[in-house]
Write a protein that binds this ligand. Structure first.
Ligand code: 5GP
Length: 170
């Protein structure tokens, strides 16, 4: 049975707040950012977040996968990488959820090689289970050790289109 952890209204409000925090950070720096969506899980968060940002936003996409079922395989597969330069740009990396941090560590390392002027990370959810070692600049919600679904997050490609974040109770 699917249980709700973060309902639609709470998500909407927090995403709006995050957008204000992000605008505050960039206000005296730039009026244009390059937002990178990490597919597939971030698709709804990315979309709702950039729609709330009152500035110019370029879009790019990265598609990686490492999970099978509810466990990380530890191997990261890059299926699609950004196809436009980020050199000298203000880059905002938009992630759905950080668990072990391995996915972000890999992506950040590769992106830094492309010489952005500034690289910030926003994650909708941070799991507090691991000391993941990634500096997250903006975080929506912190959760414990639970496998989440919905609002883009899947369990073997199911549940992504639930409008809330929840979990499956056996
Ligand atoms: P990490 O590399 O930090 O362990 O995991 C990051 C990626 O694993 C996320 O982008 C997401 O795709 C997936 N992931 C981690 N925790 C969860 C979870 O609770 N639910 C789902 N559906 N995916 C997760």
């Amino acid at each position: 049975m699917v249980k709700v952890l973060i309902d639609q209204e709470t998500l909407r409000k927090r995403v709006e707040e995050l957008a204000r925090e992000i605008e505050d950070y960039y206000r005296d720096k730039t009026d244009t950012i390059h937002a990178i969506c990490i597919l597939k899980g971030s698709v709804h968060f990315f979309s709702d977040l950039v729609l709330n940002l009152n500035m110019n936003v370029k879009y790019s996409f990265i598609h990686v996968s490492s999970y099978q079922g509810t466990a990380s395989t530890g191997r990261l597969q890059v299926k699609y990488w950004i196809d436009e330069p980020i050199q000298n740009e203000y880059v905002l990396l938009v992630e759905d959820i950080v668990d072990t941090g391995l996915t972000l560590q890999h992506i950040v390392k590769q992106l830094k090689k492309q010489n952005p002027k500034d690289l910030k990370i926003v994650s909708l959810i941070e799991k507090t289970v691991h000391d993941h070692g990634v500096k997250l600049d903006f975080v929506g919600f912190k959760v414990g050790n639970v496998f989440l679904i919905g609002y883009g997050l899947d369990y073997n490609e199911r549940y992504r289109n639930l409008p809330f974040i929840g979990y499956v109770e056996e």
